[in-house]
Ligand binder design. Structure first.
Ligand code: KIV
Ligand code: ZN
Length: 517
């Protein structure tokens, strides 16, 4: 064990996915996991396998596919949770079970209704049972931030003896101040010594998650639990990009400490997670926000021109924020220039099929839009890779002028090589589009969320629509992605994309259920 290495444990797919509006389907989770592997994350918490068949499926698929990161599944200190986690990670090149129980007086009294002795007994049993599936077991003392140190020491002694290798001390409700967390971590990491790695998991309720994570690292923690873009329950978790870049940038403060993160992959990972979840980081978010490297004021611009270090403490390229390609793409650009621009943006796992489809769309776009930006190309290729399920394909859309008349939409859709057409009226144009699609497909979607953003600047910008639609009460709502220069076309595509995801998720789960019989 290298004492200077800070293990990066990413929980975007578990704690991040738990935040409202961030649920992902299996295909989306796989895409994120493969990108986290490329980013160099040491441990990927791929989900909570016992939560649902969909969660189990996602964790086990990720365990099959990812080779260079440890794959972890979360479990309460309950046998069935641990068993599901054990089964889900069994094919991983390196698998971990993460089990937890609360140790704070308030949680034990009101939530668990258990005594200290009962909590220790349950924790020990959980770790011992988890060890029957894997060697690598992590134990979390939930709400450690509000737990008493003498009791935490008792729990730690017991679970380490039972076989836990990593002890995680979550500040579950984001309550601690950096100085307080630092002293707690120092005392408990000295107490653990070489017996276990001390990990921290900080929530951001008071905006101190990353400060707490870094204070903990300076006090002996050697694993940090973080998420991309700081997603997570309530106000979120400590953001991976912030903690990692602070350790890298402030060598004077962190000395020889380092992470294994391939930092130029940070921006691409942030974009992927934002595109899939539809949750954009705030504009002024550190490292990955739109303004993180923008210099607006004259004084700053003047300083930057004279010497970049006047206003820049990190180089944008160190986190994968590149300047616009020198090659300007337009309608005369060929496939080679397009491929080159995709490479420049860091997409090296694009299949020929995705590339060809994106190139076709690029050509159509270039006819309508004067200049194609890096953001346009990034979105075209991401949109292709997110919309691989194509049960229903939009072929045409016509909408009526709704200023005086009745909003009407006529839609044609391809389904199993057949073109189906219909038209409907609605309370507005969007409503008319959704009603027509529902009529054509026979599914009745409920729209839970809808967002439209411009991909780049200018009147001819591409519109990116993200919607969340539920099609039944048992399956979580599905995210649909649509991209077009026309907002209503992008809307129809996004709605169909959510339906296609729903159908492929259902098909996958039905297949899994058949295998299990
Ligand atoms: O915040 C928390 O306490 C958690 C644990 C399950 C690690 O997410
Ligand atoms: Zn948490």
């Amino acid at each position: 064990m290298d004492k200077n290495k800070v293990i990066v444990f990413d929980t975007t797919l578990r704690d991040g996915e738990q935040s409202p509006g961030c649920s992902m389907n299996t295909d989306e989770k796989i895409k994120v996991a493969l990108q986290l592997e490329k980013l160099g994350v040491d441990v990927i918490e791929a989900g909570f396998a016992a939560a649902s068949p969909g969660d189990f499926d996602a964790v086990s698929q990720i365990a099959n596919l990812v080779k260079n990161s440890t794959i972890c599944s979360l479990s309460r200190a309950i046998d069935n949770d641990i068993k599901q986690s054990g089964l889900a990670v069994q094919k991983a090149a390196s698998g971990r079970i993460h089990t937890f129980i609360a140790t704070s007086p308030i949680h034990m009294k009101y939530k668990l209704k258990m005594s200290e002795a009962e909590v220790i007994k349950r924790a020990v049993h959980a770790v011992e049972y988890a060890r029957t599936f894997v060697d690598d077991v992590e134990f979390s003392l939930e709400d450690a931030g509000r737990s008493e140190i003498p009791f935490m020491k008792e729990v730690m002694d017991a679970v380490i003896a039972a076989g836990a290798r990593t002890i995680n001390l979550p500040d579950t409700v984001g309550y601690r101040m950096p100085t307080e967390l630092a002293s707690m971590v120092k005392e408990l990491s000295d107490f653990a010594g070489d017996r276990a790695i001390i990990s921290v998991h900080n929530h951001n309720d008071l905006g101190m998650a990353t400060a707490n994570t870094l204070a903990a690292v300076l006090s002996g923690a050697r694993q940090i639990e973080v998420t991309i873009n700081g997603l997570g329950e309530r106000a979120g978790n400590s953001a991976l990009e912030e903690a990692v870049m602070a350790i890298k940038t402030r060598k004077d403060a962190f000395g020889d400490l380092y992470t294994g993160i391939n930092t130029p992959e940070i921006y691409a990972t942030s974009r992927l997670v934002a595109t899939i979840t539809g949750v954009e980081p705030q504009q002024n978010k550190s490292i990955v926000g739109k303004n993180a490297f923008a210099h607006e004021s004259g004084i700053h611009q003047d300083g930057m021109l004279k010497n970049k270090e006047t206003y820049e403490i990190m180089r944008p390229e160190d986190v994968g924020v590149y300047k616009q390609s020198t090659l300007i793409l337009g309608k005369h650009s060929g496939r080679a220039a397009f491929r080159d621009s995709i490479k420049h943006l860091g997409f090296d796992n694009v299949t020929d099929e995705e590339l060809n489809a994106a190139f076709e769309r690029f050509k159509i776009l270039a006819d309508k839009k004067k200049e194609i930006t890096d953001d346009d190309v990034r979105m075209l290729i991401t949109d292709e890779s997110l919309n691989t399920a194509k049960t229903y394909e939009l072929m045409g859309l016509q909408i009526s002028d709704c200023s005086n008349g009745i909003p009407t939409a006529a839609v044609s859709i391809k389904f199993q090589d057949q073109i189906m057409k219909d038209a409907a009226i609605g309370d507005g144009t969007m409503d008319a589009i959704f009603k027509t699609i529902d009529r054509l497909t026979g599914y009745n979607g409920e729209l839970n969320d809808y967002k439209v953003t411009a991909v780049s600047e200018g009147k001819d910008a591409l519109a990116k629509v993200i919607c969340r639609v539920s099609f039944d009460t048992e399956t979580p709502s599905m995210v649909g992605h649509g991209l077009s220069i026309d907002t209503m076309l992008a809307t129809a595509k996004a709605y169909l994309s959510a339906l296609n995801s729903y159908l492929s998720q259902k098909e996958r789960l039905a297949k899994n259920a058949q295998h299990q019989v």
